[in-house]
Design a protein around this ligand. Sequence first.
Ligand code: AMP
Length: 277
Amino acid sequence: MQIAKTIAEMKALRMKSFGSVGFVPTMGYLHDGHLALVKQARAENSVVVASIFVNPTQFGPAEDFRTYPRDTERDLAMLEKERADIVFMPSAEEMYPERFSSWVEVEKVTDRLEGSCRPGHFKGVATIVAKLFNIVEPTRAYFGQKDAQQALVIKKMATDLNMNLEVIVAPTVRESDGLAMSSRNVYLNPQERQAAAVLFKALTLAQNLREKGEKNAERIRQEMTSLISKEPLAKIEYVSIADAQTLEELSELDRPALASLAVKIGKTRLIDNMVLE
Ligand code: AMP
């Protein structure tokens, strides 16, 4: 496994790569959700590139950029075990030099949910992913359904800007009680960790109601909200039943819908989602 710490090193390794290149961008502190993406990239490509970069521009001023968990040695050991070929770990100084002034903004699909709770977040995400795509030049790039809105934003960006790659979205990997794996789960103390299962419970409730024939989206939102409200450590930011493509809130479930939510458990903000077919 080769490690590229500069853009020039990454580009040099890319020049020497033959066949298809599968790319998995991450912010590190890897878990089985990330590794599932690496496994899929490994199965589908000749060369696998993973990146580790905690992107400062996608964090708001009051968010956890400084405290975001980091453990490069452990990450590299995990990537080596999954047979990644190249790990790109650039510095923030090189990715955002002084006088950096070009940004990618994806409109509309970023207006809601995470976009409205975290102003500027998707501008940071789209810009860093566009930069990484230009540096790595992947054939296929892998993202998790865990961040459903992010996956839609990246797909839209790649289509609208005619990027020459395929965006692949892989299922959410969960803990045994259903909690979606996340680097941020490490912030949870034991009581909070137990309480965090309420996100999955609420999504499962939505899915059950849908399966039983419930068509009224507001009814589903209300049931989810009432279930989460019973958990004293949980504070809802949003509960959404939206069109799975546009993320516009639905009143009637007459098309594929995305049930999604953001909930604070203590100080930790968690998100999760499920597609309601
Ligand atoms: P992050 O390091 O949190 O930026 O995530 C890097 C990539 O891994 C993103 O495409 C995420 O959507 C994906 N990812 C994070 N958690 C999970 C999970 N539990 N299951 C599947 N993919 C995930």
